[in-house]
Design a protein around this ligand. Structure first.
Ligand code: ATP
Ligand code: MG
Length: 391
């Protein structure tokens, strides 16, 4: 059987398009290693030939592969207009069944020996379909594709793809991944910009439970479905957090927590060769996310601090989290460390100068160093159980 995927943004790339295409193909192959599938890339399409037994894995791949706009199982038919018409009609019936009311046909003929040109194929194939759907060439509910090559493929791109750029084309970012709704979506958004992701979670055991940590492992696993592999660094954060509690003014505790997270993130980013740090912050969402306080956090970051959700509202974030399958995990009730230690009246308009002063009064460097060294690293990849190692 043959699957076809349409390549999106890549077609906009100029001279280095080959590099992007090869990466996309390489990424696709990772999902289906060892299954004997054949992947080819031609004229903005990815073709996957596989046996029935590999179909489930191929479909999993196509619904997670970043860099394609849509995909479908293609019907392969005889190189005669009668068989093309019959096949187009079969697929059109399925599209009508899933609620499509209008259609257009997009035919391409790269085999110039075929007696009809693309326009003629369109007219021929549309004939029967018009009995069940209306033609709309501008905004159809579905497009039925006919491609006459060495074989004839007929398909409708009925499944949406993740779009974006192939993972790995934009270097690596360190994602601060908490158990909430936001940071997994932030990670996914950067994966879609072609970035590989390494994750980092600050764990304050026993204030945050084993379940809270497991939740983050599960979220990282979901991200690995899109990113192919990711590492989750679990940093023991209790001692740092206790020091903040003891020495920082209560109103500053959340912001100091962010500052210490940034200090650790800097070290980790350097070590794993990340080019930026990513968080799930969104302007104005909570007290620590006023633009002034975000400026303070940024002041302590030694890498560009990317906040892909900064202009999104909660509803948009939730929509994404449904799409990537993290919603159900994120809403599990286990508290995260910030909630447990949040001050009643957090500072809303902090300055970097004040933050520097308070940070140095914490004398927390040694604890930060210890936390960094005691981190646990969990490797997560598509189809593999998590493996653990400590540094
Ligand atoms: P999220 O839904 O991602 O938890 P949030 O709206 O709860 O975000 P905060 O708790 O203020 O907001 O966290 C802001 C960002 O800081 C998070 O999106 C995440 O990137 C990072 N962060 C917060 N807590 C942790 C943690 N324990 N470990 C790793 N990163 C964290
Ligand atoms: Mg949170």
């Amino acid at each position: 059987m043959t699957y076809l995927a349409k390549i999106g943004e890549l077609t906009l790339k100029g001279s280095n398009i080959k590099e992007f295409e090869n990466l996309l193909k390489h990424n696709a192959a990772k999902y289906i290693e060892g299954l004997g599938c054949n992947i080819t890339l031609r004229a903005g399409r990815l073709y996957i030939d596989c046996d029935e037994s590999a179909a489930q894995r191929v479909e999993f791949m196509l619904s997670h592969l970043i860099g394609i706009t849509g995909w479908a199982k293609a019907a392969v038919c005889e190189k005669t207009i009668e068989d093309i018409n019959r096949t187009v009609f079969e697929i059109a019936k399925k599209e009508a069944e899933r609620g499509c009311k209008t259609f257009k046909i997009d035919a391409r003929r790269s085999d110039k020996n075929f007696p009809l040109n693309s326009y003629q194929i369109c007219c021929e194939a549309a004939g029967d379909v018009e009995a069940i759907m209306k033609v709309d060439v501008h905004k159809p509910d579905t497009i039925l594709y006919v491609e006459v090559r060495e074989r004839v493929f007929v398909f409708a791109d009925s499944n949406i793809g993740c779009r974006g750029l192939p993972v790995g084309s934009s270097g690596k970012g360190l994602l601060l991944l908490s158990g909430g709704l936001d940071s997994p979506v932030a990670g996914y958004r950067m994966l879609r910009r072609g970035m590989k992701i390494e994750c980092c979670y600050f764990h304050s055991y026993p204030y945050t439970s084993e379940e809270a940590k497991q939740k983050v492992v599960d979220l990282a696993q979901k991200l690995a479905y899109y990113g192919i592999t990711t590492y989750l660094n679990v940093i023991p954060f209790t001692e740092v957090q206790m020091r903040i509690k003891e020495r920082a003014p209560d109103s500053w505790s959340t912001l100091m927590l962010r500052v210490c997270m940034m200090k650790l993130a800097n070290r980790l980013a350097r070590r794993c060769n990340a080019k930026c740090i990513i968080t799930g912050e969104s302007v104005g969402q909570v007290a620590s996310q006023t633009i002034e306080n975000m400026t303070v956090t940024e002041h302590f970051a030694e890498f560009p601090l990317l906040r892909p959700l900064c202009g999104m509202d909660k509803e948009e974030i939730i929509r994404d989290s449904y799409f990537i399958g993290t919603y159900d995990i994120s809403i599990l009730p286990y508290e995260d460390c910030c909630v447990l230690f949040s001050p009643r009246h957090p500072v809303l308009r902090a300055t970097s100068e004040e933050a520097e002063k308070i940070y140095s009064s914490l004398e927390v460097e040694q604890l930060i160093d210890k936390a960094y060294k005691e981190r646990e690293i969990i490797k997560l990849s598509v189809y593999c159980a998590p493996t653990k190692k400590t540094v």
